[in-house]
Design a protein around this ligand. Sequence first.
Ligand code: AHR
Length: 331
Amino acid sequence: MIRQRRMNLAVVSLLALLAFSGCKPDSPATTGGGKPADGKKLVVGFSQIGAESSWRTAETNSIRGEAEKRKDKVELKFSDAQQKQEKQIEALQAFIAQGVNVIILAPVVKTGWDPVLKEAKQRNIPVILVDRGITVSDDSLYATLIAADFVAEGKQAAEWLAKKTGGKANVVELQGTPGADAAIERQKGFKDELAKHPGMKIIKSQDGDFKLAKGKEVMEAFLKDKDSKIDAVFAHNDDMALGAIQAIEDAGKVPGKDILVVSIDGVKGAFEAMVAGKLNCTIECNPLLGPAAFEAVEKLAAGKPVEKKVVVPGELFEQSKAKDAIGGRKY
Ligand code: AHR
């Protein structure tokens, strides 16, 4: 009897400790947090990176569109961070103070999220990561990550280029935003694959911040160096590739022929450039993450489990496929 009472006390103390520390005995992805009060709308805070590329605009529209479809029961609070992590942290803190039910975060960079995510966890607000991953001290600080496999995208770009050039090429690289998961992982995938081809090397590499104008500016600078012959451009996204194409044309060269161009995203503009013969290949990275994000929102609000990682598939498109595929593109 006394033993039984002691055991009960121990269980109660353990549960109290877990509740106090904000932990749950179950996986954090099954958190019951996020449930709106009876009769109230489910309030979702979405911290978006910015509007640096056409891909980003498509992602914003997709998430806003899904919220709009559910407007009777969902209220979306949207915040644009203009590509600044400080602004994203401020937005998250505001969402937490307002007591939103769920947070959707597209993180601009990979690190530096621990403190604010701990605040969200303490308030039992589940955080859904879309598009880019992060490095945190404890994976229970977010509920799920819905994103493409960026390493695979970089690898595919390098494989395509190696095949196209017979394994011999001087490549220039236009990197995405420094510190961003998409830039780090795409570069890793590309470099690891390139290492298998001794005749291929990256002769110049610089960040173009995922923006068309910056991609153009960096490519112009690369082309000014007359001592090194550029055979190909690897751009971490289509917008920078489109900027590079303009710079190549301005330099009196033919993009897609004199200099091959391969990039990632699969936006409409990239398909138009492929149809025009100026871009050689794009690896699709689907920005239409709204449906998957809201599926996770609804599950978390209902206290149901969600997958820790949802990998969004993508396809490789070459110039030869562009004409047939362009009509069916959704972004
Ligand atoms: O994180 C995804 C990348 O971010 C897309 O490739 C790019 O276009 C965007 O800005």
